[in-house]
Ligand binder design. Structure first.
Ligand SMILES: *Cc1c(COP(=O)(O)O)cnc(C)c1O
Length: 238
């Protein structure tokens, strides 16, 4: 083994997919039921093309400008090389004044955490397909972390259900740094059940990143958001 050699993107991707499949089997789950979103933030669009060539179709970005830039670049190329089946997941804090750009680029928004952003995303619909949305839940006591407070989950869900162009798909959460991810994701599992009580079809659980995807899978995650383990270290933030 040559541990010094830097692994290729293809090698990292297949190692992570093997680890996902392992974690799924250990949890008694079918790996096919788990969607692996590759988070390409801070990486150039060339990496998106490389991952696409390796079969990746679900991509995540956490900043609107970067999402729009990559989405626009590939949309222009798609007439020639076909990126038509690529899906963008917006996973960052969403600003209401950027709702139009987010909606134009994203197929799913994981970070709906207040009625105002849901209203803004609904208002900018242009008659196309409905937008998949997830309710981000704040697992910390710090309101600045983003996410709806668990106590307000049902209220936000009812609000989103009343917006005709949004399709409520499930919950999203980021494990707090100072808590064991298994216990944090156990709470997410309960919140997901609470959401299904008011929206039975909203059965997605977006949870799990590079450091905690196995715990997320054990707690029922359906969508993993994995960045650095696949892309390699992120370049300096612009
Ligand atoms: C960056 C990011 C990820 C991926 O993080 P890694 O630790 O690189 O896997 C997942 N979710 C959100 C919300 C992120 O911002």
């Amino acid at each position: 083994m040559n541990d010094q050699r830097e692994l290729s993107v293809a090698e990292r991707l297949s190692a992570i997919d093997a680890a996902i499949a392992d974690a799924a089997r250990r949890a008694g789950r079918d790996p096919e039921d788990i969607t692996r979103i590759v988070v390409t933030k801070f990486h150039p669009v060339s990496l998106v093309r490389e991952l696409y060539a390796l079969g990746v179709r679900e991509f995540g970005e956490n900043r609107q400008q970067e999402l729009s830039a990559k989405s626009d670049a590939l949309r222009e190329e798609s007439e020639r090389s076909g990126f038509d089946d690529l899906r963008w997941h917006f996973i960052g804090q969403a600003q209401t004044n950027k709702a139009g750009q987010i909606r134009r680029a994203a197929h799913a928004v994981h970070s709906v955490d207040r009625p105002r952003i849901a209203d803004a995303l609904d208002r900018v619909a242009d008659g196309g397909a409905s937008l998949d949305v997830l309710l981000q839940i704040n697992l910390t006591d710090d309101p600045g972390r983003g996410g709806v407070a668990p106590a307000e989950l049902e209220q936000l869900a009812e609000h989103v259900l009343g917006l005709p162009t949004l399709r409520l798909r499930g919950v999203m959460a980021v494990a707090p740094l100072d808590e064991d991810p298994a216990s944090a994701f156990a709470r997410v599992h309960d919140y997901a059940a609470r959401l299904r009580a008011v929206a039975p079809e909203a059965d997605w659980i977006s949870a799990g990143m590079t450091g905690d995807f196995a715990e997320a899978i054990a707690a029922g995650a359906t969508h993993l958001r994995i960045g650095s383990a696949i892309t390699g270290p992120r370049p300096a933030q612009g």
